[in-house]
Write a protein of this length. Structure first.
Length: 197
């Protein structure tokens, strides 16, 4: 293998461990946020359904890395909650909302929220794919990410140091868990569920 081809291989991403606070009333979305944060390297995720609970938990946490606020939180006005959490040390805040409102975005930014993410209105509880995707092992996710990067089973084996038979076994387990043997569909499911990019 040449130095050039080796340099083109996708390299593992270094992760910085961090703590996170999630405020979201919908259990499915709350679980999805927590899952994605843990996959991104969060060593500790505190998930709350109400702003009141978030304020209480925020006072107990000493590592205030990132806070995700869901726009459907209603027990406390969001911008008021954001200010309260900021005074408790949570400075890096992201608001996730189904509303695409320029004035709302501006108000959020003036409050100190660093990111405003607009989602579709149909994002509800995790579906069957999401539940199965959570059962993928780290190695299976590596294999699926390699598929998404356009690698063949042979290339995946060489990249991950696995035999062709082992790669084939991983692919079979991924297919069973995600309910399809089509590589393109497997990649689409993985991307939609946020486990690969």
């Amino acid at each position: 293998m040449t130095r050039t081809s080796a340099a083109l291989r996708p390299q593992p991403t270094a992760r910085r461990h961090f703590s996170a606070l999630v405020v979201c009333p919908a259990e499915g979305r709350r679980d999805s946020f927590s899952f994605l944060l843990e996959r991104a390297g969060a060593r500790h995720v505190v998930a709350c359904s109400r702003g009141a609970d978030a304020r209480q938990q925020a006072q107990l946490e000493t590592s205030n890395d990132i806070c995700i606020l869901d726009g459907s939180t209603t027990d406390t006005p969001l911008l008021v909650l954001a200010r309260q959490l900021q005074t408790l040390g949570w400075r890096r805040m992201m608001l996730v909302s189904a509303r695409h409102d320029a004035l709302g975005v501006r108000a959020a930014m003036l409050t100190g929220i660093r990111s405003y993410v607009v989602t579709g209105n149909t994002w509800g509880h995790p579906g069957a794919h999401s539940q199965r995707a959570r059962k993928l092992t780290d190695r299976e996710i590596e294999v699926l990410q390699s598929v998404a990067n356009g690698m063949s089973n042979k290339d995946i084996g060489a990249y991950l140091g696995l035999s062709a038979l082992t790669v084939k076994s991983h692919m079979a387990r991924i297919s069973r868990k995600l309910g399809t043997g089509d590589r393109a569909k497997l990649v689409a499911i993985g991307m939609r569920e946020g486990i690969i990019s």
